[in-house]
Ligand binder design. Sequence first.
Ligand code: PEP
Length: 243
Amino acid sequence: VSRPRPLLALNWKLNKTPAEAAAWAADLAAALTPGAAELAVLAPAIDLPALAAGLPPGVAYGGQDVSRHGAGAYTGEISAAMLRNVGATYVIVGHSERREYHSETDAVVAAKARQAQAGGLTPIVCVGERLDVRERGEHVDFTLDQLRASTEGVGENLIVAYEPVWAIGTGRTATADDAEEMAAAIRGALEGLYTARDFRVLYGGSVKPDNIASLCARPNVDGALVGGASLKVTDVIGLNDAL
Ligand code: PEP
């Protein structure tokens, strides 16, 4: 099986107005030399038209969340069709911050991933253990259980991001061995669930320009989901150049 092109997925979280998104896209267009990786900017939904207008060719974009419903009386929600309509191709589902602060269960995450696919988007399904689970040595079983429940009924057009909760936004990065161990386990589980064999499995958690190369060098880590280091174009150029 040939390795898929690595994906550098940039999660802005709750940052940047449409005007700031437009300026960021222009700066990126001026500075980016296309490299080995595919880039995808996961932005607040309201920023997506500004990104569509300003990103350099070949840079994808998408949302950070999607409704589990297609349409109707769900105030405040954004549907997969709405994201697709502005040119989004990806959406994050089940980020640990959504699981923690918005009480999203595995069943909700799976429903969102199904909606994403039905609307023509590739879901980036996030999984990963908390620190206490890792300290008990149960991280592989926990994460694979979470993966199976979060992909119930989900088709094979998906990306999985392994994001250990203890490494997100903390400056504490998993070792390349930790990332590879889990990415290999996730790939094995996906191969048991689906017929495709070219899944992209990402690592996320305090990825920076100076550690991305070693984290993504292993056979089973096909790129990174990056939060903090996605906000400044200079960091994104550093990440892209290092991959
Ligand atoms: C994330 O938001 O998915 C993430 C990994 O954040 P950070 O890179 O800041 O740890």
